[in-house]
Design a protein around this ligand. Structure first.
Ligand code: CU
Length: 409
């Protein structure tokens, strides 16, 4: 008996990536030799000592369980849901196997990954090396697709993405776009975050994001492909830390607890664009300290993954995933009172391709990268499409990422 398993609405291997949010799945008993119908089957994790773990739900709103019983009849897909068990993320691609058993007979085995954004300081050497390799390949010694990301975050992008309420949703889209490009190179990669309010001695090393010499030139080990990093025709990265990267957090940044205590309304919380966000940037000399050049340094993306994580944590703490709640965003945004690009129903530059005043003169990079597992936020996302990243308000809003320390809402 053969069973076809679909994950995230697709039987393709590229869709077999889950997070803490329940992913829609189905199992279909196929016609053929030995197929008796109906049969009762059990879904479970293949017993394994390491790697990720998934849990099962009959409905997205049901309680998760370690196993699930389904009755299958030939030809008819039966739906169920799968999520990573919180705290049990994968460490490599396909390190979870979803088994379907009839009695003790294994009818099918589907490899899965619980793909989660993790604290960069805690990555395994394998996770670190795959991330660094994908990032280096995206840049391709300055000749790759990364040039668009570098060019988006410039003076032209400043009013589109900074100093106004859209700062957090815009940067969430920017991170997701880059992460999906990395995943097109290596689907096992998730964007790690630099928790800048803690020391991160494993991050500023020769094998990871590099170690700055006294001139601020970032040094890498001979095996680190980031040694070939180049932007704007110039090799290398200039980054001069103004703090001790081995033993200290970034300079004078608010702690996570202080950031979450900025207030329960978005208008208060978005003050974090100054501190800790701005302070984390200016904890260095070099390109990362200024908007037009910040995205030249790969560290930018780990810094902003943490900014995004802080917003996600704040959303979870105060229940701010639904844009119909006034406190979830800026009060002027629903009525179009903000600058274009900072209202809930505005599309965001550059993914919308719109150029000319009041938008910037160019729109580098084209539309938002698609994902084989998640359909949202679409090719031309609106500000409002970036709030419900876990699909907790509407399952179709799921953006396909999660953080290691923020459970499903
Ligand atoms: Cu920033």
């Amino acid at each position: 008996m053969a069973i076809e398993v679909s994950i995230n609405g697709s039987a393709a291997p590229g869709a077999r990536y889950v997070t803490w949010a329940p992913s829609p799945c189905s199992a279909r008993l196929q016609a053929g030799a030995g197929a008796t119908s109906p049969i009762t089957v059990t879904l479970r994790n293949k017993p394994s000592a390491s790697g990720g773990t998934v849990v099962f739900y009959s409905k997205a709103t049901a309680a998760p369980a370690n196993t699930l019983s389904l009755t299958l009849t030939v030809g008819t897909p039966v739906s169920f849901f799968v999520a990573g068990e919180f705290g049990k993320a994968s460490v490599s691609d396909g390190d979870v196997a979803l088994q379907i058993l009839n009695g003790t007979t294994v009818l099918s085995e589907t490899p899965l990954m619980v793909r989660i954004r993790k604290n960069a300081n805690t990555l395994t050497p394998g996770e670190r090396d795959r991330f660094v390799a994908a990032f280096a390949q995206l840049n391709n010694k300055g000749a790759g697709r990364f040039v668009d990301f570098r060019n988006i975050h410039t003076q032209a992008g400043k009013p589109e993405a900074h100093g106004a309420p859209g700062f957090l949703p815009w940067h969430r889209a920017f991170m997701l776009d880059l992460e999906r490009e990395l995943q097109a190179i290596d689907p096992s990669v998730a964007l790690p975050y630099w928790r800048f309010d803690q020391k991160a001695p494993a991050l500023f090393t020769l094998d990871f994001l590099g170690s700055s010499n006294s001139n601020g030139t970032v040094q890498f080990s001979p095996t680190n492909p980031l040694q070939f990093w180049a932007t704007d025709g110039t090799p290398g990265i200039i980054r001069r830390p103004l703090f001790n990267v081995a033993s200290e957090p970034a300079q004078n940044v608010l702690t996570e607890a202080q950031t979450l205590a900025l207030g329960n309304k978005f208008t208060l919380f978005r003050g974090m664009e100054g501190n800790p966000h701005g302070f984390a940037h200016t904890s260095f000399g070099g390109s990362i300290s200024q908007i037009p050049t910040a995205a030249k340094d790969p560290l930018f993306f780990l810094l902003h993954a943490n900014v995004d994580r802080l917003w996600a944590k704040w959303q979870k703490k105060f229940g701010r995933f639904n844009t119909t709640l006034a406190a979830a965003f800026d009060s002027n945004a629903a009525t179009g009172g903000n600058r274009i690009g900072h209202n809930l129903s505005d599309t965001m530059w550059p993914w919308n391709g719109v150029t000319g005043t009041p938008r910037p003169p160019t729109a580098p990079g084209g539309p938002m990268a698609d994902s084989p597992s998640a359909r949202a936020p679409g090719l031309k996302p609106k500000v409002q499409d970036l709030f419900d990243y876990q699909g907790a308000v509407a399952a179709t809003s799921w953006l396909g990422f999660d953080y290691d320390d923020i459970p499903f809402a």
